[in-house]
Write a protein that binds this ligand. Structure first.
Ligand SMILES: [Zn+2]
Length: 144
């Protein structure tokens, strides 16, 4: 059995399936980072316009319970993808920000897929200040 892959935005933010008399929408033309706004309308019935412009901020990507996530300044988290490394928040409309992924996201995903239980699949960038496993800086030596 193949291990379950790490979830990226393109695998999560998908249109509703076809229903009798209602064909499924095709979102393949929508950039991956923007599909969350289509998803909000299709699945939550909330029409949220993406913010205009790009901010100079950069947010870290992390893996949380087998999903690539980033955290907004408002406390919202959303699923992201290394194939379109930017994000804007559908809750507070903060964005667009650049996402900081590891140099080789597929290698991190392969590492995660070695863990059979999805509940064990967490990863933080070593440089992320919110990384709970970030090494402590060395303490200064006492001066006499
Ligand atoms: Zn937000």
């Amino acid at each position: 059995m193949q291990p379950i892959p790490v979830v990226r935005a393109e695998a999560y933010y998908k249109p509703r399936p076809a229903r009798p008399g209602v064909p499924a929408e095709d979102w393949s033309h929508i950039p991956v980072a923007e599909r969350v706004f289509s998803w909000y309308l299709a699945w939550l019935g909330r029409r949220v316009a993406p913010p205009a412009g790009t901010l100079s901020d950069a947010f870290y990507a992390r893996i949380d319970h087998n999903r690539w996530l980033t955290d907004c300044i408002c406390g919202n988290a959303q699923i992201i993808s290394p194939t379109d490394p930017r994000a804007a928040c559908p809750e507070c409309r903060y964005g667009w920000v650049t996402l900081i992924f590891p140099a080789d996201p597929a290698a991190v995903e392969a590492e995660m897929m070695q863990l059979p239980a999805l509940r064990d699949r967490f990863w933080w960038n070593p440089d992320d200040p919110k990384n709970p496993y970030r090494p402590e800086p060395p303490e200064p030596l006492d001066q006499p």
